[in-house]
Design a protein around this ligand. Structure first.
Ligand SMILES: [Zn+2]
Length: 299
């Protein structure tokens, strides 16, 4: 992995294509092989070989259960350096589109001239295609958040995982006219198969810098406090229009968070932009970062 300090995406993208498995996974495969050879060469050692493999599996599982980890492959937890240098942040809004919430979210974003990225569920996009198109028409971005948002997503094998992500990709591209370039796993949970699947589909995994827990937390002030804490250039914030918690009087929590969050960003001189805009090396540069701009991984 390379980390461009000046925001220029190097030609390393091509070499990343040739090595889809992260080093940690490659090392795990070697660890398995080594344990197997040892157990065969010294049969009495087999309990140790089994234990060695169990420890390795536990570490891989932990990497998949930690959404912001990069053990299992490239994962944006912040925007690329060139976007941070432009004082950009990305507000990402998951699990929609939801006709009860998304239209009001769009109005709040418009009111402050902010742009956001909507990680839409394929099935929800097919259920509400007009709303999905409206997101794009108003200058925001629609990206891939799986087809079904299955609770079992992180248990899928590579074929089932490919089918699910590709189905969402096809639906979102057909509905919006633009193929997504970024993917977020349901609940951020993964397994070691995801990195090569995303590489095959030319998608960049994105998690977040900070999240508001707005699917569970019913008090907008608490969600706002979590998202605002240490707010800085390059941050990727996670919020929800779909599956949004409701305040005690029934309002979706995000609606009570966005105006103050956007005002706070503006007061800090931060601009909320879409992920595709943030991936551009220069504003308005049509030859900006390629879809799998894994090389732009941020610290
Ligand atoms: Zn989600």
């Amino acid at each position: 992995m390379t980390t461009p300090s000046d925001g220029v995406l190097p030609a390393a993208h091509a070499s990343e294509k040739a090595a889809p498995w992260p080093a940690y996974v490659t090392a795990s495969l070697a660890w398995h092989a080594g344990a197997g050879v040892f157990a065969i060469a010294v049969p009495a050692s087999w309990p140790w070989a089994v234990a060695a493999i169990a420890v390795n599996h536990a570490a891989l599982t932990a990497g998949g259960l930690w959404p912001r980890s990069r053990w299992l492959g490239s994962n944006w937890t912040r925007l690329p350096a060139h976007a941070a240098a432009r004082r950009e942040i990305a507000i990402t809004i998951d699990d929609g589109p939801d006709p009860a919430v998304t239209p009001a979210v769009l109005d709040l974003l418009d009111a402050q001239g902010a742009k956001a990225t909507f990680f839409c569920i394929g099935a929800e996009a097919r259920a509400h295609p007009v709303l999905c198109r409206e997101i794009v028409r108003r200058g925001h971005s629609v990206q891939n958040h799986s087809d079904r948002h299955s609770r079992r997503f992180s248990l899928l094998g590579p074929k089932a995982m490919t089918r699910d992500i590709a189905a969402a990709q096809a639906s979102l591209a057909e509905i919006t006219g633009e193929a997504p370039r970024f993917f977020r796993a349901p609940a951020g949970l993964r397994n070691p198969f995801l990195a090569p699947v995303l590489q095959h589909l030319d998608l960049q995994l994105v998690s977040w810098t900070r999240r508001g827990f707005d699917t569970m937390q019913r008090a907008p002030a608490d969600v706002l406090a979590r998202l605002e804490r240490g707010l800085a250039a390059g941050d990727i914030l996670l919020a929800h229009d779909g599956n949004a918690a409701r305040t005690p009087d029934g309002a979706p929590v995000l609606l009570g968070v966005l105006p103050a969050l956007l005002a706070r960003a503006t007061s800090l001189g931060l601009a909320a932009v879409t992920l595709p805009a943030a991936s551009l090396q220069q504003r308005g540069d049509p030859a900006g970062a390629p879809a799998g701009a894994a090389a732009a991984e941020s610290p």
